[in-house]
Design a protein around this ligand. Structure first.
Ligand SMILES: [Zn+2]
Length: 922
């Protein structure tokens, strides 16, 4: 589980891109370097996997590259007769910045038996540089090309470079060290480098430091081949202050003290990629425990000893039970020897799966006394997730980061199996539905969607792969896979996969190939539709007497769904395999309604039949099962967006349903949908009409909610949708602390949000409210954020304009969540007419926002800008912008299309005639 920073380099030139193609198996391996040389090698396990990047891998394979493909085939033919066939080398271009796929492919094919001996000299003061030495040993099968190592700090951080004992005539180019081919031999080589380590991935703090090298950040610290499919054995020596402790992937071998310094040597690791190599050093406490014959250590910096004691046994137990479960499921013992984990304050992710030394965010592992069941579930899931990675990701690693989704999905999938039975009070099916389907649809229904498996030309763009399609759609697809195969076949297939590729790399298609043998279904075709291509199926349900007919215009989509059928006899769930254009089932009696998504499984855009839609719009709240209700809401929302349900009917249903709904997750879902309908899809007149009823429903929800979290959910919905004078006056009294809501504790961020909501409603005392709120803050960070956002809420348009203009300066965009909040208020639905003028310049800034911001910022920037708008002119501004930008970067175009989707739909709802005319024309 992780999310990374992006650095902004341009992708490598088009002509050097690898174009994998299917070819028939050949009797011998043929591998080639960039210059066109061809040579034969004996097959080895490494070569076998190395030749399969992105392929559906029927080893051994012939690789072709771009324009040189025909030369290769000719040489292969000649080779069978005349082994001396070569072509002329052309001069090598400089390696591109980052880690280009072409470079990685070439290296994976020519480098093997890789070992790193690394030593780092770390001083207590974070300002003092870390000095390092690396001895990189490897065999190389192509000696005509220069050797390219990755080292971002560049020439000024290099003290010496020698190749096979002689000083090297290397070049330092674009974050790489290029060593002339002539210095390398055909057999084993050693490159020795003394360097000053870059700090960018070493997270240096006053009393501790830790490395975090995912996805390709090892070369920001030390010279290496920074790609996932050059697994290596790492031997580490750390030289630290004598009062520090340290931990790495390998077990401690020896320690030597001299004066104020301590030198620790660690055992050589099993083969692991650079992104999994890790070490942490500093002032840590260590807890040790034994479970199932295995000694485990927990490193932490928690000063509350009681808190550590309260949590430690549970944390060790959760690791032990996860490991035991995984060993049983996979049939493979834990492969990395010792087992430690490190709790790091303010760690970037929930956890990071370094084998032998998992890193966690301390706050998610050491729970407060008041922890809720949900927090306990999250902790158990995080531990099971990272433990699962020891097999899925660490033992078998993706070949390239385009398959990073795979290890994440498997880790979550295993974690759910490990953890869920221990939490019987949680409705896990509903939790899965609501945490995955709405988010996945929010991208997959748009014109900006993309496949789960995307192309990735350079690891410096790895960050841009992340989003709802990987995090939310992929788990749904994985669950489908288990349904297709059955749990036993999937388990056996995964066991084979892990054994076959252990300590190596594999692609998604390698796994598909293995699993394909275990089902009558064409799994490769299934994978193409669900994983390699974008979008979702459109399925129409029709009832003809007792028959239910499902039609989908596109027959690529295969899925097994649980259809809910309601009749006078009661409810029934029928498993159906959707395949081909038409699937027909015979229901015993004429159904009252049919809900194809009723089992919480089906994925796609489902068009209900007229009678079922009418039934659900009337009777949804009466359905007994919370999962069925959740699934029905998700389906009706899609129907609303596609104009098969009117916004007014949807709103009426929500207002009738809320007082009856007792499942908190469903309440949150309905409130979210109701808010979006209210602001985006109802006309101004309809909004004014429904407002009193909405506010009344929300206020009685606040009053009657059974838990404090449910109360808070209702209150925040009220705060953001209140519009009537009485409602706004009530909000103001609560903010002024003149009126208390029994059972609801309002925190500093709650009061700040209330002040901002009052301001955007232009209550008469706005300036005084904002000023007074400013004075209320105890927390300086929250105060600074509030002060930043304040001008976006000014009643004076000139002040708001100035706020917007200030965002064109990158220095004013550093606090990205603050910027997004300011933009969202600036473009609030109540400010639509005045803020439309910001749309175009905000879109024009987007490329720069991407260049200078964190990976999720372009999406947040665009959503914050467009989210409040729903007019035809706003939609036309966005469409006009996109039409003008001919060479706009594809990933950014997708971001705009995703963010503008509801705006386009809102516009279509207001002008249905225009759109239907356009539709029928196209
Ligand atoms: Zn993970």
């Amino acid at each position: 589980m992780w999310h990374c920073e992006i650095s902004c380099y341009s992708p490598p030139p088009e002509e050097v891109r690898t174009r994998p193609q299917k070819t028939p198996p050949k009797a011998s391996f043929e591998r080639r370097g960039r210059g066109g040389q061809t040579f034969l090698t004996t097959p080895s396990a490494h070569a076998e996997v190395a030749s399969q990047r992105f392929l559906d891998a029927q080893p051994p394979l012939l690789w072709r590259r771009g324009i040189a493909a025909c030369v290769t085939i000719m040489c292969l033919t000649l080779m069978l007769i005349e082994p001396g066939c070569t072509t002329t080398s052309r001069p090598e271009p400089d390696p591109a910045p980052g880690i280009a796929l072409t470079l990685a492919t070439q290296r994976a094919q020519t480098i093997n038996n890789l070992r790193y001996e690394l030593s780092f000299d770390i001083r207590a003061a974070a300002s003092e540089p870390v000095q390092g030495r690396a001895a990189i040993r490897f065999a190389r099968t192509n000696n005509d090309q220069p050797l390219v190592l990755d080292f971002a700090p560049g020439a000024e951080s290099l003290t010496s470079v020698s190749t096979n004992g002689k000083s090297s005539q290397f070049r330092s180019v674009n974050g790489h060290i290029v060593i002339p081919a002539a210095e390398l031999s055909a057999g084993l080589n050693t490159v020795e480098i003394a360097f000053r380590a870059g700090d960018a991935s070493l997270n240096r703090n006053p009393d501790f430091m830790y490395s975090l090298f995912v996805p390709a950040r090892a070369h920001l610290a030390f010279p290496c081949f920074d790609q996932p499919d050059l697994k290596a054995r790492f031997s580490l020596t750390l030289n630290t202050p004598s009062d520090w402790v340290s931990v790495s992937n390998g077990a401690e071998l020896s320690r030597e003290s001299s004066g104020q310094r301590l030198k620790i040597r660690y055992a050589e690791t099993e083969p692991i990629p650079t992104y999994l190599f890790a070490f942490a050093a500093g002032k840590f406490q260590v807890e040790t425990a034994e479970r199932n014959g295995r000694t485990m250590r927990m490193f932490h910096r928690e000063t509350d000893a009681e808190k550590v004691q309260r949590n430690r046994d549970a944390v060790f137990d959760l690791h032990a039970s996860s490991l035991a479960w995984l060993e049983k499921y996979t049939g493979i013992p834990y492969a990395f020897g010792k087992f430690d984990f490190v709790l790091i304050p303010s760690f970037q992710f929930g956890g990071m799966e370094h084998p032998g030394a998992i890193f966690y965010n301390a706050a998610s592992i050491l729970m407060e006394k008041s922890a809720t069941e949900n927090q306990m579930l999250n902790r158990a899931s995080t531990i099971a997730h990272e433990s699962s990675h020891m097999w899925f990701g660490d033992l078998v690693t993706m070949r390239w980061f385009n398959d990073v989704w795979m290890k994440e999905v498997f880790a979550n999938f295993m974690a759910a199996k490990i953890v869920n039975p221990a939490f019987p009070n949680v409705n896990h099916e509903l939790r899965f539905l609501l945490s995955n389907y709405p988010a996945a649809y929010s991208v997959d229904r748009t014109q900006g969607t993309h496949p789960i498996r995307q192309e990735l030309e350079n690891l410096n763009e790895a960050g841009s792969l992340y989003g709802a399609i990987i995090y939310e759609k992929a788990p749904i697809v994985m669950r489908q896979l288990e349904r297709i195969l059955g749990p036993e076949q999937l388990q056996q297939g995964l066991q084979t996969y892990l054994k076959q590729f252990q300590f190596g790399n594999a692609t998604w298609l390698d796994l598909v190939h293995l699993l394909d043998e275990r089902t009558a279904l064409d799994l490769a075709a299934w994978s193409r539709a669900w994983v390699e291509e974008a979008g979702r199926p459109s399925v129409r349900a029709e009832v003809q007497g007792r028959n239910i007919v499902f039609t989908q215009p596109d027959a690529r989509w295969i899925q097994q769904i649980d259809v809910l059928i309601g009749s006078t006899k009661g409810l029934r769930t029928v498993p159906v395999q959707l395949q081909k254009e038409k699937t027909e089932i015979d229901s015993d009696t004429a159904p009252q309604f049919v809900l194809p998504t009723g089992g919480g499984v089906a994925y796609g855009n489902f068009t209900l039949d007229e009678a079922s839609r009418a039934f659900l719009l009337k009777h949804l709240p009466e359905l007994n099962d919370p999962l069925t209700r959740g699934a029905a809401w998700v389906t009706l929302w899609e129907e609303l967006l596609d104009r098969r349900v009117q916004p007014q009917e949807f709103m009426d249903l929500a207002l009738r349903a809320l007082p009856r709904e007792n499942t908190e997750q469903n309440v949150q879902l309905i409130l979210g949908y109701a808010g979006r309908t209210f602001w985006s899809f109802l006309s101004d007149k309809a909004r004014a009409t429904v407002a009193p009823k909405l506010e009344q429903t929300l206020r009685s929800g606040i009053a009657q909610a059974s838990s404090s979290t449910m109360k808070a959910t209702y209150f925040s919905a009220f705060r953001s949708s209140v519009t009537t004078p009485e409602g706004v006056a009530f909000l103001e009294r609560v903010w002024r602390r003149q009126e208390k809501i029994p059972g609801l504790m309002l925190s500093e961020p709650d009061e700040a949000a209330m002040a901002l909501e009052l301001a955007v409603r232009s209550v008469p005392s706005t300036p005084a409210i904002l000023e007074q709120q400013r004075g209320r803050f105890m927390n300086p960070d929250r105060k600074a954020r509030f002060e930043f956002v304040m001008p976006a809420l000014s009643g004076d348009p000139a002040v708001r304009d100035k706020f917007f203009e200030s965002l064109s300066d990158v220095r004013n965009r550093r606090r990205e969540p603050w910027v997004a909040e300011g933009l969202a208020y600036l473009n609030h639905p109540l400010r639509r007419p005045q803020s439309e003028k910001y749309l175009r310049p905000a879109l024009e800034l987007l490329r720069e926002v991407q260049r200078t911001g964190d990976i999720f910022f372009p999406t947040n920037w665009t959503y914050a800008t467009l989210g409040g708008h729903n007019s035809q002119s706003a939609a036309e501004t966005v469409k006009g912008f996109l039409a003008e930008q001919k060479d706009y970067p594809i990933r950014l175009r997708r971001v705009i299309l995703q963010s503008a989707d509801e705006l386009f739909r809102a516009e279509a709802m207001q002008n249905p005639q225009d759109h239907d005319r356009l539709r029928s024309r196209s």
